[in-house]
Design a protein around this ligand. Structure first.
Ligand SMILES: [Zn+2]
Ligand SMILES: [Zn+2]
Length: 466
């Protein structure tokens, strides 16, 4: 659900990237270039010039896709036409086996003088939206407003609510840019990256517990007591590098992904399962099953065990009466990283409530658990060493919850982990995002890909990955 090619700052031709995912056993992927939809049929990149494509990558490309390569030589320089998203989709889609979906990484710098003099970085992935979303930042918008604005633009695309996803990417990328309160205040955002292959930031003393998981639990603890939907977590590689050794350091192919339980390999089935929370994030650990039974308030996890590997299953919850205090730690300037302030939530947010060494475990929610989720760690080291990338291969289930006694949960909430979708416009009205109409310019009313989506059924339930 997050990768880059030569359309933006990735280091692969789109076909090279798609081919790697397909050969690695992925069933689907989404193209998510920075502020680009990969639709321009006349986009050329030069080979072997400063800032251009390395000759070796071009040679690899020609070797693999010889008669499909479109190139020309001008002034002694080879120029290559980048295949569009639609061309790559047509080339690689195979009913029931592989699916390419459209996407975009909305990449913005939002003014936030109180947090960061240069503004904060806001990156959000939209998937299965039919055309490029505008990425301009209206003047005066705060990060929270901008997150809502982007979600509203996606919602205004005309695609049905369960047919697309909008995710908050890598809140810890380079700088701690986006804080939990941004997503507490934007409950229409249902997805964020708990594991991104490119995140990095050295936390200052006193803020060591401010991890991606802490971020996640902080959002969900407050959302639950406010009766808002839970935030689901994605794993992504944010792949920029597809060749060793670079791909083994960071931003490398295949370092994290999601496994989705979907009855068929279609965009609508995949996105419906994502919205239903019927998936998990992983950077290596595979699960045989994840089951939450609302009637018994029990979350059960079974690992797809690899030989010679040991596993630890940890259930994590936040209690209803958790300490809501937030303190702040100053993070001094460090090189190009400016000084900033880190919010620190109490230890009662995201507590380990049960830990089991083994490949199978269950946890029955206590009456005061707001939600429960599980983290499964293996004895295998993570793919690379990096801040915010797990030291050991790990999987994360989604959080699950049951309806609370009257007065604690809105009547509309279901008794499962899967709250109904929100009306984004209602949220905007409530939270005040001005100027929504500005963003509607540039939309296409038609999406020709829709008609070509396969509806072939796959046998039984499958976990699919991207
Ligand atoms: Zn990004
Ligand atoms: Zn990215």
């Amino acid at each position: 659900m997050h990768m880059h090619s030569y359309w933006s700052d990735g280091n692969a031709f789109p076909e090279q990237a798609a081919d790697m995912y397909r050969q690695a056993g992925y069933h689907f992927l989404a193209f998510t270039e920075h502020n680009a939809f990969a639709a321009d049929t006349n986009r050329w990149r030069a080979v072997a010039v400063s800032g251009g494509i390395p000759q070796t990558r071009f040679d690899d490309y020609v070797a693999a896709f010889s008669n499909e390569v479109v190139s020309k030589v001008e002034g002694g320089v080879t120029n290559v036409r980048l295949k569009t998203y639609a061309e790559v989709k047509a080339r690689f889609d195979a009913a029931g086996r592989f699916l390419v979906m459209p996407g975009q990484e909305i990449t913005q710098t939002v003014s936030a003088p109180e947090a960061h003099p240069a503004g904060v970085q806001l990156h959000m992935n939209a998937m299965n939206i039919p055309a490029a979303l505008p990425y301009g930042v209206p003047g005066g918008y705060t990060p929270t407003q901008m997150i809502g604005y982007n979600a509203a633009l996606a919602a205004a695309s005309g695609v049905a609510p369960q047919r697309f996803t909008v995710a908050l990417n890598h809140p810890f990328w380079v700088f701690c840019d986006i804080v939990p309160q941004n997503l507490i205040d934007r409950p229409e955002i249902r997805f964020f990256e708990v594991c991104n292959g490119g995140s990095s930031y050295a936390l200052p003393a006193g803020a060591e517990n401010y991890t991606c998981e802490k971020f996640w639990d902080s959002v969900n603890a407050f959302r639950r007591i406010q009766g808002e939907p839970l935030l689901f977590a994605l794993g992504t590689d944010d792949a920029h590098h597809y060749v060793a050794p670079e791909m083994n350091y960071a931003d490398g192919f295949g370092s994290a992904w999601v496994e989705v339980r979907s009855p068929e390999l279609t965009p609508e089935a995949i996105t419906a399962a994502l919205h239903a929370g019927d998936f998990y994030a992983t950077c290596g650990v595979l699960l045989e099953d994840v089951a939450f039974t609302a009637a018994s308030r029990t979350l059960r996890v079974k690992v797809q065990a690899a030989e010679g590997v040991t596993y630890r299953i940890c259930f994590i919850a936040t209690k209803r009466n958790f300490n809501q205090t937030v303190s702040y730690v100053s993070s001094p300037a460090n090189g190009s990283q400016p000084a900033r302030t880190i919010p620190v939530y109490s230890d009662e947010v995201g507590q380990a409530v049960k830990t089991v060494d083994g490949t199978e475990a269950s946890y029955q929610m206590a009456s005061d658990d707001l939600y429960v989720r599980a983290r499964v760690e293996s004895s295998l080291p993570g793919k690379f060493t990096r801040n915010f990338y797990p030291a050991v291969q790990t999987a994360w289930t989604q959080p699950y919850a049951v309806a609370e006694p009257v007065g604690l949960t809105p009547a509309s909430e279901s008794s499962s982990a899967l709250p109904s979708s929100l009306n984004t416009q209602t949220r905007l009205d409530k939270q005040g995002v001005p100027g929504l109409a500005l963003g509607l310019v540039g939309y296409s009313s038609a999406w020709s890909d829709t008609a070509s989506f396969s509806t072939k059924r796959l046998p039984g339930l499958l976990f699919l990955c991207l």
